[in-house]
Design a protein around this ligand. Sequence first.
Ligand SMILES: C[S@@+](CC[C@H](N)C(=O)[O-])C[C@H]1O[C@@H](n2cnc3c(N)ncnc32)[C@H](O)[C@@H]1O
Length: 441
Amino acid sequence: MNKAGTKSKRNSSNARFSSEELFDVHHGDARTLSKRLPDKCVDVTVTSPPYFDMKDYGVSNQIGFGQDYETYLNDLQKIFSEVFRATKDHGSLWIVIDSFRTNQEVIPLPFDLAAQLKPTGWVLRDVIIWKKERTLPWSHKGTTRKIFEYVMVFSKSSEPFQYYPDRHRDTSDLKRWWVRYPERYNPKGKSLEEIWCYDIPTQGSWGKSYVQHFCPLPSQLVSRIISLTSNPDDVVLDPFSGSGTVPAEAALLNRKYVGFELNKRYISMFHKYLQEQTKLRPLQTKSTPQDSVIENFEQTILDLRTLKFARLLYRALEKELELGISQIFARNLPTKITLPNKIIAAEFIVHGIKASKVNAAKEFLEKLCQKAPLSKFGIEQKITFINKLEELPNLYKTKKLYLYSRTNSHQYADTCKWKDLPNITHPLISTIEVSVEEPDD
Ligand SMILES: C[S@@+](CC[C@H](N)C(=O)[O-])C[C@H]1O[C@@H](n2cnc3c(N)ncnc32)[C@H](O)[C@@H]1O
């Protein structure tokens, strides 16, 4: 693990970095240093290359400033080709980059670069828009004000790459999406969308002693990419590390980092920043507050599914067969799932069906559960029948019971205890407590 304050090791040879040398922000030219990366050592690269001929980073040999467009693209191609070699088979490359204008014409740099990287082996997998919530007052040369940049996502092959979408699902809009239709969407939340909103870091927020950089990336954007694509101890690379947002976030998320940067002042800036942040932010352990938010969300969705499933069983039995059904009791089972495409096991106890009709009801339910919508709930169901309340498992005799109506299984209507059951007329009774309000609109 790299520590704040480690000095760059200078090695004049062009030999590959040894594992002791590798994990550092190295001072020098990415065109040379990238050749020194060992094969297949990197899990993910997150970077924003120098702008084309717009910003002077104050050092000779810089890429972009003073170059023509073709040389600039060729230099980037050479570096990312070395990065490709150095990336593990499951790895990915995330490039934050923007189009620009020359003589009023838009130059689609992100797509020109993607075309340039194709022959090197990189596969373009996604194009994300980083919407800058608050931008610098931008000189606006075109018809509109500039408020976004591209994040171009590449993988080493067209196979699935190391990517953990469940770590960053959106669980913020439960009411709108899941209350009535918990079976329709992923119980862990909505997938990330293509537009990500992050403010650009304000220079003042870095503190007085911190040397300023032209274009630092937002730390939250970087940490989201790192956590989506890597695990603790994995290796994160930034061949243009600038003020060091990528290596710093990697270190703070307990990953190893490798960086290259031509301007020495930016490397000292990074060391200072990492030292300060290490004091402020504890190293991330395996589980995060976000993990527990997602776990709770998922449990609610699964509970909603079990209750709705029970309600639909009740309504079908009531409507189709007139079998004299009284109630359905529902609970989740802690047993292991054995069937494919199922994510939860649940038990449904049907109470009150006449003994002579139980076989017909069983057959009816078996067919019903194999068809949509019930087959889509992801529930491995165990359905049993009882004639008397005494036959209920003991668990129902000791726990608080939640009562739901035949039209609403997302908000319990009342509660009761075992001894009250003979007087209860609610069709759905469960040990599961769910109370989610409806959307306002
Ligand atoms: C867009 S900035 C990177 C900003 C960085 N992502 C951050 O958060 O601070 C590009 C950086 O590439 C550096 N650079 C330019 N030419 C380079 C080269 N040939 N080798 C290594 N770094 C270079 C510049 O000094 C600059 O800091």
